[in-house]
Design a protein around this ligand. Structure first.
Ligand SMILES: C[S@@+](CC[C@H](N)C(=O)[O-])C[C@H]1O[C@@H](n2cnc3c(N)ncnc32)[C@H](O)[C@@H]1O
Length: 371
């Protein structure tokens, strides 16, 4: 049975592992790189369409050690790359990680490219072209000290894009991260989700999809791969589930954010979804006819690195803390914290936390249970 590796952002691997298990994939273990699972190629296709917390699904093809740069070229020459794609198809190489033998990942990519091109030249007297934007096949090379792992990227472009975000705003959260944070918060245990600083609406769209059909349409490259042509690969279809009784509220103080959220959330045709403009304190919550027993509030508030900007944001966090204490009794609140000095202004103690990487910024996902 082939094995595949599902990748995600730093800190979110346990959430991805649980998502794989919940979707009935056969998880083998967490590796240094991602989560290893075992299944047919059709299972890999299903994973590409159903996983929301994943960025890529790789099919490992070779693992070896190198003790100088030339050895990368020599090992790659021993892998038969001509079996994966035709000379008139394009390819690309993505290199990640670090090794003392390569000052930069570009050098490693160049050596691997030379090994591939030389193989084709020898066999067909013709070279395949590189296409970095939309290659027919992408090889993924991970360097970890002396260890080199080479894989095929079954996903094509990054799986972080879930196909709905036409409109973006400043500092949107990446879609796979939003999904992972909602899953970690245990979204199934609540019947109302409110994002009062919704920006382009990412949390609310993800919340709706997780609780409803959870299928992402994708244009996967693997149907054109040479070594899979004889296989009976099946593209899964969206399954329609009966809509759940959850309520969703997206609000934001800025009209442009609300306009973006309206566009992005437009595919959700549900009377249970409300979108409003206003400061979080002014949303006319009681007049919105939201029927719920247990509410979940999720927020990715603005945060800053520079001292002057931090000072400007402090009053908003202080107001948010007061609002949570006075108006959200019985709710669970999860907040993205990118700046500890600001979260301190809430003057509340979190009772759970998850550390994760948010586009290069170390963040924490903090829970406040409001009694
Ligand atoms: C970091 S962005 C959120 C991005 C969002 N999670 C997304 O994926 O698009 C922060 C948002 O908070 C909103 N905001 C700032 N102060 C606010 C306030 N007092 N009340 C409501 N929204 C506020 C901003 O307009 C901005 O859209």
């Amino acid at each position: 049975m082939p094995q595949f590796i599902a990748l995600t952002s730093k800190g979110l691997r346990p959430v991805l592992k649980k998502e794989l298990q919940d979707l009935n994939f056969k998880v083998l273990k967490e590796t240094g790189e991602g989560v290893l699972f075992d299944g047919s190629w059709n299972e890999a296709i299903r994973a590409n369409h159903e996983l929301r917390t994943c960025t890529r699904i790789l099919k490992p093809v070779a693992d070896f050690q190198v003790y100088n740069a030339d050895e990368l070229y020599n090992h790659c020459k021993k892998i038969d790359f001509t079996k994966f794609f035709d000379v008139d198809q394009t390819f690309a190489i993505k290199v990640k990680g670090q090794s003392p033998f390569f000052n930069n990942t570009l050098y490693a990519a160049q050596l691997m490219k030379d090994a591939i091109v030389d193989q084709f030249q020898k066999k067909y007297q013709k070279r395949p072209n590189v296409n970095k934007e939309k290659p027919a096949i992408e090889f993924y090379c991970r360097l970890q000290d002396t260890q080199v792992s080479i894989s095929l990227n079954t996903s094509g472009t990054s799986l972080t894009h879930h196909g709905y975000r036409d409109q973006s705003v400043h500092a949107p959260i990446r879609e796979h991260i939003a999904a992972a944070l909602l899953k970690h918060a245990g979204i199934e245990d609540y019947d109302l989700v409110w994002d009062p600083m919704c920006g382009s609406g990412t949390f609310i769209y993800e919340a709706h999809e997780i609780l409803n059909d959870n299928f992402i349409p994708r244009d996967l490259p693997i149907y054109k791969w040479k070594h899979l042509k004889q296989m009976d690969l099946k593209s899964p279809e969206k399954k329609h589930k009966a809509p759940l009784d959850h309520y969703y509220l997206a609000s934001d103080v800025h009209p442009e954010s609300v306009a973006a959220a309206k566009t992005n959330l437009d595919p959700i045709r549900s009377s249970h979804l409300k979108i409003r403009q206003g400061d979080f304190e002014d949303v006319p919550f009681d007049k919105l006819d939201l029927k719920f027993k247990k509410g979940l509030l999720v927020i990715n508030p603005p945060y800053a690195e520079r001292l002057g900007e931090i000072e400007k944001l402090k009053p908003t966090y202080k107001r948010l803390g007061d609002f949570m204490k006075q108006r959200l009794k019985g709710w669970d609140v999860w907040i993205v914290s990118g700046q500890a000095q600001l979260t301190k202004e809430l003057r509340l103690k979190s009772d759970r936390q998850l550390n994760f990487d948010n586009g290069g910024i170390s963040c924490r996902w903090l829970r406040y249970s409001m009694y």
